[in-house]
Design a protein around this ligand. Structure first.
Ligand code: DCM
Length: 129
């Protein structure tokens, strides 16, 4: 069902900036920037996984909005699905798996070194009004 799905959030703040998170692990991904998120657990809904991951990784409460059309391949047979999401409360902190966070204005979106799978995912997220 939702086997081997990784969910990511195109998380925006009130000023319309997009959150990017820099991975600290594993070594082959460290230093690359991603949309925060993670693996969907067995029996879990994708949107629930997204809320859980943003809580665990960033310490924030967020609401998933619309799904960004598309799905992007990841290593080991996983696939990345993305939702636009709105920050409800909390200030994101890199609590797990990340060593830096940045809120990117529209002009800055391509100024970070996104992980390969996140490049088309970010493009698709920007295309959703
Ligand atoms: N991943 C990615 N882009 C994201 C989220 C995850 O490329 N926005 C990749 C990194 C790992 C895999 O998905 O290879 C699993 O992520 P995690 O370790 O966060 O569960």
């Amino acid at each position: 069902m939702n086997d081997r799905i990784v969910v990511g959030a195109a998380l925006y703040d009130d000023e319309g900036r997009l959150l990017a998170a820099r991975r600290s692990a594993p070594p082959e991904l460290a230093g690359g920037w991603e949309l925060p998120g993670g693996k969907v657990e067995p029996g879990e809904r994708c949107e629930d996984a997204l809320v859980r991951e943003l809580r665990e990784e960033l310490g924030v409460e967020a609401v998933p909005l619309e799904r960004v059309p598309g799905q992007w391949p990841l290593p080991k047979g996983y696939a990345l699905r993305v939702w636009k999401a709105r920050l409800v409360s909390g200030e994101p902190e890199p609590l797990e798996d990340h060593d830096a966070l940045r809120w990117l204005t529209p002009d800055e979106v391509w100024s970070v070194d996104w992980l390969a799978a996140d490049v088309p995912a970010v493009s698709a997220a920007l295309a959703v009004p």
